[in-house]
Design a protein around this ligand. Structure first.
Ligand code: NI
Length: 161
């Protein structure tokens, strides 16, 4: 287990487009384990590989209350989205800030798991928001680009991804 350094807003790596993963080798497995550890350590509900400086299309998400149910998505693609939700969003790469972002209220995603088996994941509300936010990271997009009315300081502990 290793906690990796989270790249912060302004680091150019966060604006780059990540590359498709062709196979999950030992190095990729280590990366995934480290991403999960780093997400929990930082208290986030999601993390994308470029946030630890690796331009691979891998995200990890855990929106569970217990924080012990990580989902790993490799090469994720949004297949369907429905509805709308407007709410506060944060990012581990932009500590101490939140912004108001409108996202779909439901998304269905196609991806691969750690064994490169195709999976489908769907979610509403926070899960849908996390999926959209993390997939945006793989395309070099950070939430401030989508935030209405700029960023605000976090006053109390809020979810960051
Ligand atoms: Ni983020």
């Amino acid at each position: 287990m290793a906690i990796r350094n989270i790249r912060e807003y302004g680091d150019k790596v966060l604006n780059k487009i990540s590359k498709e993963v062709k196979e999950v080798d030992k190095k990729t497995r280590e990366l995934i384990e480290d991403m999960i550890d780093t997400m929990y350590y930082a208290g986030g509900v999601g993390l994308a590989a470029p946030q630890v400086g690796v331009l691979k299309r891998i995200i990890v998400i855990d929106v569970s209350e217990e924080g012990n149910n990580p989902i790993v998505l490799i090469n994720p693609e949004i297949l369907e989205s429905e509805g709308e939700q407007t709410g506060d969003e944060g990012c581990l790469s932009i500590p101490g800030k939140v912004g108001t972002v409108t996202r779909p209220n439901y998304v269905k995603v196609k991806a691969f798991n750690e064994n490169m088996e195709e999976i489908r994941v769907e979610g509403t509300e926070l899960m849908a928001r996390a999926l959209c936010h993390e997939i945006d990271h793989l395309n070099g997009i950070l939430y401030p680009e989508k935030a209405e009315g700029g960023l605000r300081d976090v006053t109390e502990e809020e979810d960051e991804g």
